[in-house]
Design a protein around this ligand. Structure first.
Ligand SMILES: [Zn+2]
Length: 286
């Protein structure tokens, strides 16, 4: 087997290996994303809960103050009932009105805080919903990852063994070259030489679609050394059709086979081409 054929075989197995692992990596990425979401939700929730605690403490202070004012007002009302003079009564009334105004302001503040606290509680509840949803998604993703892992485990071992066997047959430097290209370019590590027109010497690389010089394409018929694309530097190879169109011996053989097939079909076979005849003289007009 030619060097490029051996490289191609390793390349094909590597592509399958990488494809398998890609699906596992995808499942791992989803799982990591949900875990990250959950941490963010937990952080937001903890902050809201701290803020809510502070608000509740503030609300309790206002509540205590309202109770204190209520008690103070009750005393004043009693004093008013027992006032001896009109002047004394008016003095208590003025004081009572001041307390009432304080109490109103106090109550207003408490109400604002309670509204804020209610809003916060709603936000916390919504985060809880979100958390539940993410936890479900995380469970699905974790199962998916396990399934993917189990699914590919056998195939992975199988393909790895296959790759190792094929790789043993390759020179170390060629294998290193291919490995490096696989790491940097993935599936574009190797490219087919697309034969457009042999006679006009038109070939291009299937990876970058740029033209290739004829000698590169022809060199691949022998395939005993690594040939790279002039433009994108992928390792080039010929597929069966390309190899046939570039190999004169194979082409001649294919023609010969076709001829034999044609003859064996009997009278229908195409007659060999006659040498070009002289044009017939024009018939003189009568
Ligand atoms: Zn190329």
């Amino acid at each position: 087997m030619h060097l490029t054929d051996k490289l191609r075989k390793v390349f094909e197995v590597e592509k399958q290996l990488r494809g398998l692992k890609a699906r596992l990596h995808e499942a791992e990425r989803s799982l990591a994303k949900y875990e990250k979401d959950l941490t963010a939700i937990q952080t937001d929730k903890a902050k809201l809960e701290t803020d809510l605690k502070q608000l509740t403490a503030q609300a309790a202070n206002f509540e205590g103050e309202t109770k204190r004012l209520d008690a103070r007002m009750a005393v004043l009302k009693e004093q008013m009932d027992n006032a001896k003079t009109n002047k004394e009564y008016k003095a208590f009334l003025t004081e009572l009105n001041t307390f009432k105004a304080d109490r109103d302001r106090n109550e207003q503040s408490a109400l604002e805080i309670m509204t804020k606290a209610d809003e916060m509680k709603k936000q916390i509840a919504s985060l809880d919903d979100k958390k539940g949803e993410r936890e479900q998604l995380k469970t699905v993703a974790a199962n998916e990852r396990t399934t993917r892992h189990n699914e590919i485990a056998d195939r992975l071992t199988e393909l790895t063994a296959q790759r190792d066997t094929l790789a043993k047959d390759l020179p170390q430097d060629a294998l290193r070259d291919l490995q490096r290209l696989l790491d940097t370019r993935g599936e574009d590590a190797m490219g087919i030489v697309e034969v457009v027109d042999v006679k006009r010497g038109e070939f291009h690389c299937s990876v970058c679609m740029m033209s290739l010089p004829t000698d590169k394409a022809l060199g691949l018929v022998k395939g005993d050394r690594i040939t790279k694309c002039t433009s994108c530097q992928c390792i080039l190879y010929l597929d069966e059709e390309g190899a046939l169109s570039l190999n004169p011996n194979a082409r001649a053989q294919a023609k010969e086979d076709a001829k034999i097939r044609a003859l064996s079909t009997g009278p229908k076979a195409k007659a060999p081409k006659k040498p070009k005849a002289e044009p017939a003289p024009a018939t003189p007009e009568a």
